[in-house]
Design a protein around this ligand. Sequence first.
Ligand code: NAI
Length: 250
Amino acid sequence: MKRFEDKNIIVTGAASGIGRATALRLGEEGGKIWCVDINMVGAQQTADEIKAFGSEAEASTLDVTSYDACKNFIDEVIAKWEYLDVLCNIAGISSMVRFEDETAANFNKMLAVNLLGPFNLSQVAIRHLLARKGNIVNLASVAGQIGQAYTSSYVASKHGLVGLTKSIAMEYGRQGLRANAVCPGAVNTPLIGKINFPKDIEMSLIDRYNFLPWFADPEEVAAMVAYVASDEARYVNGAVLAIDGGISAG
Ligand code: NAI
């Protein structure tokens, strides 16, 4: 399939995990991909892999929490590419902590990366996306749909991201711009490996977040992002797409 020929696409979090898999998938399908991450080495590696199979790719270091940096970045993209079709907000962080031990600093950091980041880039890119009747894909989580013990800040950030996605979808849908949220359960990426479980937690409260006996691979999530970002999904707007093995079903 070559659903992204002539499409200019930004992917954040492109150095690792789901962002990397998405950049590779969209590039494989003919898209021109701008790989963005705070990890420049990883972003460049992903861009080089995309170029190796014949698509165009760029890489930039960007901290999505900075509005000014996001604005300068979009200016740079438009100066070089002229137009933008798809923005995939995938960069994110997570941590696990009891609510009573959570700090305001960590809460703010979680919201800055997972919610303010997509806000920043979406806002500075919106007029360019509107000009192409493009779309935004926000990588939320099952934690954007249901509550989860020991991850209150993460859950708050992802619920916020789902709300932001739906609001953009409502505000701009009639002008031809779509915005959707993809909500995975557990995916085999470094993010999961880095999570430290707090001591003496009630495991029965978190058992249900691993409903199937296996995790998803990042490529499976990338396939869903590719569908919703493509013209095949032109009637999919404001949707919250679960890929969670059934966790959010009950
Ligand atoms: P990952 O840790 O493999 O990749 C995240 C990437 O985001 C990293 O390359 C990191 O450098 C980048 N990043 C972090 N802060 C940034 C910032 N301020 N500016 C720019 N880039 C930044 O994690 P993974 O698993 O691929 O996560 C991707 C997204 O998927 C996240 O939004 C995460 O919340 C979401 N997600 C992941 C799940 C999982 O089980 N792995 C489940 C549900 C959602």
